[in-house]
Design a protein around this ligand. Structure first.
Ligand code: SF4
Length: 83
């Protein structure tokens, strides 16, 4: 299991979640091994979003309440496809 970052993150890329993750498995929006740092260097995040590497996620749930727009959910939630 893993947590996932859903469509609400598109064009937002807040990065509050990145700082909360104890295993640094939240990446993007471009760098697959980055930690959201490039968000600060981009002129625009239009169409971009952060993502969680499911192979690295330990399913702790710490990031979920950190997202200000409720974009993070567990992949075992009911109706998960809506995210
Ligand atoms: Fe990181 Fe835990 Fe969120 Fe997984 S659930 S992305 S390990 S903070």
């Amino acid at each position: 299991m893993s947590f996932i970052i859903g469509k609400k993150c598109v064009s937002v890329c807040d990065t509050a979640c990145v700082k909360s993750c104890p295993v640094d498995c939240i990446h993007g929006p471009i760098e697959t091994n980055g930690a959201g740092e490039e968000v600060k260097t981009l002129d625009s995040v239009d169409g971009l979003q952060l993502f969680i590497n499911p192979d690295e996620c330990i399913d702790c749930g710490v990031c979920e309440p950190e997202c200000p727009i409720d974009a993070i959910h567990s992949d075992n939630e009911d109706n998960m496809e809506q995210w």
